[in-house]
Ligand binder design. Structure first.
Ligand code: PLP
Length: 367
């Protein structure tokens, strides 16, 4: 290889330049009323108690946060009946997913995620020089047999979002247990339960039981969705003690900010507010599903706070055309091209006004 002096420059480690950067949901044009339904944010905002705790934190910004997040871990532990030592907090569950990948993956290793799985997984895998292995799905749902068929002696982690974003589908606990039972004991199973609170199914379990009874399962949770604290970047992982020890060694000593710790501790205690958010979703998720189907659109059945909506193929009514038209009407949805589902848009369950409005806007678009 010939390399002139001008070309000589620092190079990132192998794998980094193969990563497609994560593209967040659009926020919409400035200066007009826009309903942002592109990032699965809560239409109810945050608990007033969490907002008050956040404001209080403004009086102490010169102080470092509690690096071990004791109050928050104890609040989470009390809420779910867990050992606080088995909880690690992070700047969003994204940070925790990255820390897990960083601790357990390197060049030559493989990690598996499913076809329409959350796009943070391949970023976390590849940024550590490991190989991302994709398991095909069936009906936009993770396929346990396809995942198990891709396990090799190099496999170190399986990432599974349950429910999954962007499809909204879930695996029953029996299937998650079957997946776990089929994995070698030195392979980590990471259950990303970002939408656990929304699920109203008897066959669902977020993963707490599996973490408690095994040595190779981690469950991640977030304050970004049901708690409405996405701006603060706060998540937690429940893990075996040996994994908590590893993550605590490599995380930043003050990885969670003091306002986030304060707001999260207040939010987890305000169960009444969480119940309101659940009730809102329980009302509007089925309503949106029915209304969109009545417009002739195909909707993947969802257990989360969002829906995957499939559009016709023709150029006038396809997903790209719908996205552009809805944006004009003040509704921002999420394009799914990056996920390999270019024919669909993802729609977050919004406020009553946003939900009624987006259905009316789609009706006008399809007319
Ligand atoms: C939104 C989301 C998260 C949450 O990420 P944060 O970093 O905690 O905001 C995690 N996993 C999935 C699948 C998500 O959709």
């Amino acid at each position: 290889m010939t390399s002139s002096k001008a070309e000589l420059r620092p190079q990132p480690r192998p794998g980094i330049l193969d990563i497609a950067a994560y593209v967040p949901g659009k926020s919409g044009a400035k200066g007009r009323k826009v309903h942002k339904l592109s990032s699965n944010e809560s239409p109810l905002g945050a608990s007033p108690a969490a907002v008050a705790a956040f404001r209080d934190a403004a009086g102490k910004l010169e102080l470092y946060p509690d690096g071990s997040a004791v109050a928050l871990r104890e609040a989470i532990a009390a809420r779910y009946g867990l050992n606080p030592d088995a909880i690690v907090c992070g700047a969003g569950s994204d940070e925790l997913l990255q820390l897990i990948a960083h601790a357990y993956l390197g060049p030559g290793d493989e990690a598996i995620y499913s076809e329409f799985g959350f796009l943070v997984y391949p970023i976390a895998i590849k940024s550590n020089g490991a190989t991302a292995v994709v398991a095909p799905e069936r009906n936009h749902t993770a396929d346990v047999d396809a995942i198990l068929a891709r396990v090799t002696p190099r496999t170190r982690i399986v990432f599974l979002a349950n429910p999954n974003n962007p499809t909204g589908t879930h695996l029953p606990f029996s299937e998650v247990k079957r997946l776990h039972a089929g994995l070698p004991r030195d392979v980590l199973l990471v259950l990303d339960a970002a939408y656990a609170e929304y699920v109203r199914r008897n066959d669902y379990e977020s993963g707490i039981e599996l973490v408690s009874t095994s040595n190779n399962v981690i469950m991640t949770r977030t304050f970004s969705k049901i708690h409405g604290l996405a701006a603060l970047r706060l998540g937690w992982a429940y893990c075996p003690l040996h994994v908590a020890d590893v993550l605590n060694r490599i995380r930043g000593p003050f990885n969670v900010s003091a306002p986030a710790l304060a707001a999260g501790t207040a939010a987890i205690a305000d169960q009444g507010f969480v119940e309101q958010a659940i009730a809102h979703n329980e009302q509007w998720l089925p309503w949106l599903t029915r209304e969109l189907e009545a417009l002739g659109l195909k909707v993947t059945p969802s257990v989360g706070n969002f829906l995957l909506v499939h559009f016709p193929q023709d150029a006038k009514r396809n997903a790209a055309a719908a996205d552009a038209d809805l944006a004009e009407q003040g509704f921002v949805l999420r394009r799914m091209d990056a996920y390999g589902i270019p024919g669909a848009l993802r729609l977050t369950v919004g406020s009553e006004e946003a939900n009624r409005g987006v259905v009316a806007a789609l009706k006008a678009f399809l007319a």
